[in-house]
Write a protein that binds this ligand. Sequence first.
Ligand code: 5GP
Length: 346
Amino acid sequence: MRIEQDLKLGFKDVMIRPKRSTLKSRSEVSLLRKFDFLHTGQSWEGVPIIAANMDTVGTFEMAKALGSLRMMTTVHKHYTKDDWRDFIKSADPEILDYVAVSTGSGSADEEKVAFLMNEYPQLKFICVDVANGYSEHFVSFVKKMRNAHPEKIIMAGNVVTGEMVEELLLGGADIIKVGIGPGSVCTTRVKTGVGYPQLSAVIECADAAHGLSGQIIADGGCKIPGDVAKAFGGGADFVMLGGMFAGHDESGGETIEVDGKKYAEFYGMSSKTAMDKHAGGVANYRASEGKTVRIPYRGPVTETVQDLLGGLRSTCTYVGANRLKELTKRTTFIRVQEQHNTIFSG
Ligand code: 5GP
């Protein structure tokens, strides 16, 4: 047994210190980022916010709505080949630049990705997603994907430490997904005791990735636009959102009406609900590591996006960053023991 004494921080432990700025208005801030990727020689430009590959978030409808705003969706892995055919037939081709195909690390997943990449060469991104990115099997799967799809941009995760970011980048991934346990419907920390405070994970993993010319996605734990700003301030190239994009018209899943109010069901991809739906129940050797919640229905996602991007632009003006790219350089975090005032909102 060993104890690491360094303090590790979550979003709730810091604020971003304001700095003198020459910017006159939020409208002067650009949230677009352009990336070149480590292994593919491809580049991409857009607003680097991603809807999570959960079946009550990363839907085709979400991909259409966010893609039209140049934001990404990692489309969940439970759509069939026929669903993909129908989506691609009807979707504006430009949307596909903002779509990633999600996959697990099993042989059926591998076959489906191969089919989709072959059938629809316009798809550029593959997101190889497992709960625990530390297994050797996962690293060899990423290598296999790189060999099979040399021209595709590969996202891989999840991990939370620099050495594993490096291993996955060297193994063929372009972008590493960072986060174990911070998610809104995740119970990994409850069931296993395993995790890493998300802001420190982002800071440390971004440093490791940027040293090798790779990128990271801060995945999970953002509850409010301010957390998204802190993730970018900490060095995240992309930020992935589950809960913040759930409960909208585009999010899929059931809506329920109780006493005249509309609610949506939202659940973790390792929850009993998801396993009952997609895997015929929870296997007897494992526990579910996700929960199912009912959240107020929130209307079209574009309004949430506007609020989020408005917040981010404002962060940039507070620290004098005229582009999102500058935000990390302009960020000084201060450690705090309070956050916002909740007297009227609970
Ligand atoms: P959120 O933005 O809701 O805080 O976090 C979204 C992230 O939570 C997802 O992108 C994914 O990494 C993670 N996640 C989704 N479902 C589950 C689950 O059932 N268990 C765990 N441990 N993590 C989950």
